[in-house]
Ligand binder design. Structure first.
Ligand code: MEV
Length: 436
């Protein structure tokens, strides 16, 4: 069967599946069964999911877990997390409980400005361009009135538009650099619609201005930026060093020192910083996904922020002063609690309700806290027991499932590995022994 297909998107869902299984699978009945076993029997719900994207053939499940006992700015939360990696939810819950007993997390939104740009080339007199921009700026704003009306009612809108000369970096390159407040919406559609209108107004009116020639002005593209260093949230925990550790194998002062050293290493060593920040993103992405936000946008923006000073560094920081341990993070997060998937996906709606229907600002705080908690849990195990102990315990269940262990086998083996070291081979050995 040819691996090329034309008009695929126009085929029915069944025909799409038929073509895929006939073309790529030797046992097409098995492949079909697997794909169909994830269809939802509730047709309305299935149609909803089918229409999120194009060429849907089935659903791809991720577990949705919860981490209870988060205390943030004096308020209790149970945080929903959609993630496939074992031990992330357990680590979040553990860190939440640890800080619950020490005053909880503090979080504050520092700023909420988002950015969008019209990128264009201009091959003419710069002073003329500058005066054209000043002339057209009011019309750039007035031509977007129909787009901004509702957003303005909610207290948001366009904050400013600047003309930026980028010709030192690239010949003839300029931007309309605009800033926005999108309130509780992530705002991608709003920003992009405004930008496309700016581009049209800017191009269409150029010919009428003095001796400007619109052919000298080429719009390349109009798009929001996922780099949002001015959409920033800060979160922090602190306690007396003496209250820091519950583990009698390590003195609290030694734990604090090692923790600080782990942070300092991530501050100066990019190889470590990437993994350190990856652990933070375990918490962040899981909540971002559960609440229907765009984790790719968040990832891109966060990592750009982590390298804003020219080298990639830790997102978290820690200090000990006058016997007080402090651990904090500032992170850019462009999130929404209205629009997009938030009104559509039943589990997203449920997750937001579980969080008490937060505003975008409150969600920024919750997400940042999930990241800080995750980093605390990771550094705590890395600098004390090592990461594998907890990890492999959680991983045990995955291995048991791979071997289709039944409930009795699981019970026996979980008990066995409470006192034995979990490795892939030790689990396989134990299953085989049990089954003999
Ligand atoms: C694993 O998903 C995340 C960690 O590697 C993070 C870290 O090393 O800090 C444990």
């Amino acid at each position: 069967m040819a691996k090329y297909v034309s008009g695929f998107s126009k085929l029915s869902k069944s025909d799409k599946i038929n073509w895929i299984v006939d073309t790529y699978f030797s046992n097409n009945q098995d492949a079909k069964t697997i794909l169909k076993q994830y269809w939802n029997t509730n047709i309305k719900l299935q149609n909803l999911h089918d229409e999120f994207i194009e060429n849907t053939i089935t659903n791809y499940y991720l577990p949705l877990g919860v981490a209870p006992n988060f205390l943030i700015n004096g308020k209790h939360y149970t945080i929903p997390m959609a993630i496939e990696e074992s031990s992330v939810v357990a680590a979040a819950s553990k860190a939440a409980k640890f800080w619950l007993d020490r005053g909880g997390f503090k979080a504050e939104v520092i700023s909420t400005t988002k950015i969008g740009q019209v990128h264009f080339m201009y091959n003419g007199n710069v002073e003329l361009l500058k005066s054209y921009f000043e002339f057209i700026k009011p019309q750039l704003l007035s031509d977007t009135k129909s787009i901004t009306k509702n957003m303005e009612k909610r207290g948001g809108g366009i904050l400013d538009i600047e003309l930026v000369d980028k010709t030192k970096s690239l010949d003839n390159y300029y931007q309309l650099h605009a800033s926005f407040d999108t309130q509780d919406a992530m705002g991608a559609n709003f920003i992009n619609s405004c930008l496309e209108q700016f581009a049209k107004t800017f191009k269409d009116n150029a010919n009428g201005f003095k001796n400007m020639n619109s052919d000298d002005l080429v719009i390349v593209m109009s798009i929001l930026s996922n780099y949002v260093p001015n959409c920033l949230v800060r979160t922090e925990v602190s306690c007396k060093v003496s209250e820091l550790n519950e583990d009698e194998n390590i003195a609290p002062e030694d734990f604090a020192n090692k923790f600080l050293q782990a942070i300092q290493i991530a501050e100066v060593e990019p190889y470590r910083a990437v993994t350190h920040n990856k652990g933070i993103m375990n918490g962040i992405d899981a909540v971002v996904l559960a609440t229907g936000n765009d984790f790719r946008a968040v990832e891109a923006g966060v990592h750009a922020f982590a390298s804003r000073n020219g080298s990639y560094t830790s997102l978290t920081h820690a200090s000990v002063n006058d016997g007080i341990f402090k651990f904090w993070m500032e992170i850019p997060l462009a999130l929404g609690t209205i629009g997009g998937l938030t009104n559509l996906h039943p589990l997203v709606k449920l997750s937001l309700e579980l969080l008490g229907k937060p505003s975008a600002k409150e969600l920024m705080q919750i997400v940042a806290v999930a990241g800080l908690a995750q980093n605390f849990a990771a550094l705590r195990s890395l600098t004390t027991t090592g990461i594998q102990q907890g990890h492999m315990k959680m991983h045990l269940m995955n291995i048991l499932n791979q071997f289709n262990a039944n409930d009795d086998e699981k019970k026996t083996l979980v008990e066995h590995f409470k006192t034995n070291v979990v490795t892939h081979s030790s689990v396989v050995e134990a299953i085989e022994k049990l089954r003999q």
